[in-house]
Write a protein of this length. Structure first.
Ligand SMILES: [Zn+2]
Length: 218
């Protein structure tokens, strides 16, 4: 799109202004930091698997700097089970690269409140059709997950439980990847599930061993 045409699209124009701010902050004010990042390869210590939701950008939420987080985002921050076939497994490819090539020390699955993907799952469990040729099957991978069948009738509590259950399910699925199970066993990789309460601005956390979510930040 020609530059003059961009000015007719405020959302894109806003992104260009944002980019200039980013460039000023890192390339002009802290060139040594950028130089360090450009020399050699990236060395992030964390693989973060987050939702595509525009309100939960992991770099913004964790105030991360360039080079700190290797991120894969998808609808509802799901990790599918290990499935070595010829399919186009984008999430699994990112996980494999982060763990085996970059050798990250930590994996964080970051879920969140008010998750549209999980709301679609709840609707599906209620017998409604999930729209979308791709979203439907993607979300339905959770229908067998342990707490999908438990409902309390309290929609907010049920949504939170499903969101957290989906995170735990992703942690379990991570362990089905042999290269992850091996590293967790030898202590070189940790698996963490975090849930971002957008309303209260708090992070909650659980692990494969400690499956009840606890507040991580006041
Ligand atoms: Zn979401």
């Amino acid at each position: 799109m020609p530059r003059q045409t961009l000015s007719q699209h405020p959302a894109l124009q806003r992104m260009l202004a944002g980019f200039k701010g980013f460039r000023a902050l890192y390339y002009e004010q802290r060139p040594e930091r950028i130089k360090d990042l450009m020399e050699g390869s990236q060395r992030p210590e964390v693989l973060l698997i987050a939702c595509s939701d525009s309100r939960v950008d992991p770099a913004i939420v964790t105030n991360a700097e360039p080079g700190e987080l290797f991120i894969v985002r998808n609808v509802a921050n799901l990790v599918p089970p290990y499935q070595p076939d010829d399919g186009y497994h984008g999430t699994s490819a990112a996980i494999e690269y982060a763990v085996t090539a970059l050798k990250v020390a930590h994996v964080v699955v970051l879920g969140h409140s008010n998750c549209g993907g999980i709301q679609a799952l709840a609707a599906h469990l209620d017998g409604h059709q999930v729209d979308g040729q791709f979203v439907g099957p993607w979300i339905r991978q959770l229908e067998g997950c342990r707490c999908a069948s438990e409902t309390t009738g309290d929609s907010t509590a049920d949504a939170t439980r499903l969101e957290q259950c989906a995170i735990l399910n992703s942690l379990d699925n991570l362990m089905t990847f042999p290269f992850i199970a091996e590293r967790v066993k030898d202590g070189t990789l940790t698996l963490n599930g975090w849930w971002f309460d957008m309303t209260e601005a708090r992070l909650w956390g659980a692990t494969p061993e400690h499956r009840t979510f606890q507040v991580l930040t006041d």
